[in-house]
Design a protein around this ligand. Sequence first.
Ligand SMILES: [Zn+2]
Length: 252
Amino acid sequence: MWTLDPNGSIPSWRHEGEPSALRLAFSTRRGGVSAPPYDTLNLGRSSADRPDAVDENRRRWLTSLGLDPACLATAGQVHGARVVEVSGPGHAADCDALVTTTANLALAISSADCLPILLAGEGVVAAVHAGWRGLAAGVSSAALRSLLARGGEMRSVRAHFGPCIRDCCYHVGPEVARRFPAAAIRDRDGLSFLDLATAARLELGEAGLAPDSIDDAGACTACEPYWCFSHRRDRGATGRHWAVIALDARGG
Ligand SMILES: [Zn+2]
């Protein structure tokens, strides 16, 4: 179960009952050094925020989780469905999902409304950036297949969904709505609202993942200005959260 721990010096969504072989978390916007409108824990460089502030935020947050900021892999995030396997620190361009079997290598995905998905299997983990374009292109099932191909067994795989914009807030046009199953769309007052988490749940289910293998942190980024950046709500002038997962060599 995911809970928001509001008390530490850097509040985060943490997962209770995670295997000791894993470290995983979703960041909030609290506990960093960035100035408005990136206040305060902006972890993304794709903004006009000061790079040294972003670096300090990354260092603080990863350290608070017991992760080494130098042992980090990030993704270019181009709203596609490409998955890249990584075995060491660095930046993988032109992909929206990272998978690794390397212990102590943290996989980080950045978002500010898109759905971050963390996948964990036996000895293999993945981090996925899933906005509507990526989901429509099949990024979540592509990452699941990649996990299974590297030794994960379907019955032991768990998928974790982080805070994202939900069907309370995510108005989309008909050209987007028609790309998704009706169960992921809520119609209200003649408008269509997309639920990214439901869309991902349906896609992973179709790929064979059992519904009770999915843990959803549940928050809507647009509804939570105190805890969350939201690209839609803040009209683009906002920071980025990170979702992070690592295999821990000292665990399992
Ligand atoms: Zn909302």
